[in-house]
Structures are given as structure tokens and as C-alpha cells.
Ligand binder design. Structure first.
Ligand SMILES: [Mg+2]
Length: 228
């Protein structure tokens, strides 16, 4: 095994608790929009709408703006024009951005990785502009040497080319990098297939039976090889 030289993190729901931010944003926004429902039901429905349309953006079937409009129209159940959908989404977006925050153990984890002399990268299936804004907002930009977003690549995770691009940006080869992410297929199996080391961060424990390396928190990230 080659010596580890870099750790590459997924961003959403690995470093940044974006799902909690989305839930905190959608409930008051839905009330403002006159949508009726209990908090849990609204959050679950917003997740379902996002889980339907966001992958279509990741597969390049619709634009980033297009997936926002599609989510608004489906969630509100209204036949909105593009301009109307954009205005409605702004009310959600302002609240969503205000809720961006890292998981509690992130600062210490990145400090530990850097103290080991390892490079820190991010590989995210997302829009580069939004993801850079997110990194700045949560204060992670100074701790990250390179962020690669799928919007800047020919193809996103789990395609091997996305992992190779991230390794290249960090000036390491695949076997010298560890990918850390919350998606079994997109992050972990994709990285393993691309020749990287990989570990799943499974905070809820929902993937206990899955045959990939798994930790419950970034605090459990094993850097023993460099910390000896
Ligand atoms: Mg993720």
C-alpha cells in the first residue's frame, strides 16, 4: 500500500450538515407559501422532491437552475413561470444558506489531517459557485487546498474520472488518497473502483450491513499510519 498523502472529502452531509439546513429552511418557507403540513411531513416531502430532481442535474439532464425550478413547482404544486419559480426559490435559499454549518467534529478532524502532513481536498457533485460560497460561509476555505466540483468536470462521482481529477488537483495518485463521504455508491464504491482508499461516514448507522469501510463520525477517521 502506498503511503497516504491526501484525504478527499465529499462536502454535503459529510462536512456540511446540508440536510438539517434544508429542513430548517423549508418549514418556514412552506408556511410563507401557504403549504399545509406538519414539520416532519414537509421536510420529508422536500427531501423526496430534491432526491428526484437533483440527480437529474447531476446526470446533466437539466441545469442547476432548472432543478431548482422543478423542485419549487413540484413542492408547491403550482404551474409557475421560470421567473415566478426563481422568486419563490429565493425565499427558501436565503433561509437555507443561513443554516449552513459544519458537523461539530469537522474543524478538529481537518486540523488532525493537516497535522499529519496530509493534503485536504473536496470532491463534490455540485455547482462550483454554490459550493465555494458554502465553504467560505462555514469557514472551511482556509483548511482546504483544492475543491473540485462536478459542474467543472466532464462527469461527476461515481465516475472514476472525477476521482482522478481530484487526485490530480492535489498532485497525488489515486492510491495515495483516501476518499471520505456519506454515499455508499457515489463516494465510497466510486472511489474504490477508481483505485483510491475510501471510507463511509454513516452517522445514522443506516449502512451497518454494507461491505465497505465505515465510521460513525469523522472523529473516528483512522489516521494511525501517520499518527504513530
Ligand atoms: Mg454527500
Amino acid at each position: 500500500m502506498r503511503r497516504l498523502r491526501a484525504v478527499i472529502f465529499d462536502l454535503d452531509d459529510t462536512l456540511v450538515d446540508q440536510r438539517s439546513a434544508a429542513h430548517a429552511a423549508v418549514i418556514p418557507w412552506a408556511v410563507e407559501q401557504g403549504v399545509v403540513g406538519d414539520a416532519g411531513g414537509l421536510a420529508a416531502r422536500w427531501d423526496a422532491v430534491a432526491d428526484h430532481h437533483y440527480p437529474r442535474y447531476q446526470l446533466r439532464q437539466i441545469s442547476f437552475q432548472g432543478q431548482r425550478r422543478a423542485r419549487v413547482r413540484e413542492f408547491l404544486g403550482r404551474d409557475l413561470s421560470d421567473a415566478e419559480a426563481d422568486v419563490a426559490f429565493e425565499g427558501y435559499l436565503a433561509r437555507y444558506e443561513a443554516g449552513w454549518a459544519t458537523f461539530p467534529e469537522v474543524g478538529e478532524t481537518l486540523a488532525r489531517v493537516r497535522a499529519c502532513g496530509l493534503r485536504v481536498g473536496i470532491l463534490t457533485n455540485g455547482d462550483a459557485t454554490q459550493q465555494r460560497r458554502k465553504l467560505d460561509r462555514v469557514g472551511l476555505s482556509p483548511s482546504v487546498e483544492a475543491m473540485v466540483a462536478s459542474s467543472e468536470l466532464p462527469v461527476g462521482k461515481p465516475d472514476a474520472r472525477a476521482f482522478h481529477a481530484a487526485a490530480h488537483r492535489l498532485d497525488v495518485v489515486q492510491g495515495e488518497a483516501l476518499m471520505v463521504g456519506d454515499s455508499v455508491d457515489t463516494d465510497v464504491r466510486g472511489a474504490l473502483a477508481a483505485g483510491m482508499h475510501a471510507v463511509l461516514v454513516d452517522r445514522s448507522g443506516q449502512h451497518a450491513g454494507v461491505d465497505v469501510p465505515r465510521i460513525r463520525s469523522l472523529a473516528d477517521l483512522d489516521l494511525a499510519a501517520c499518527e504513530q
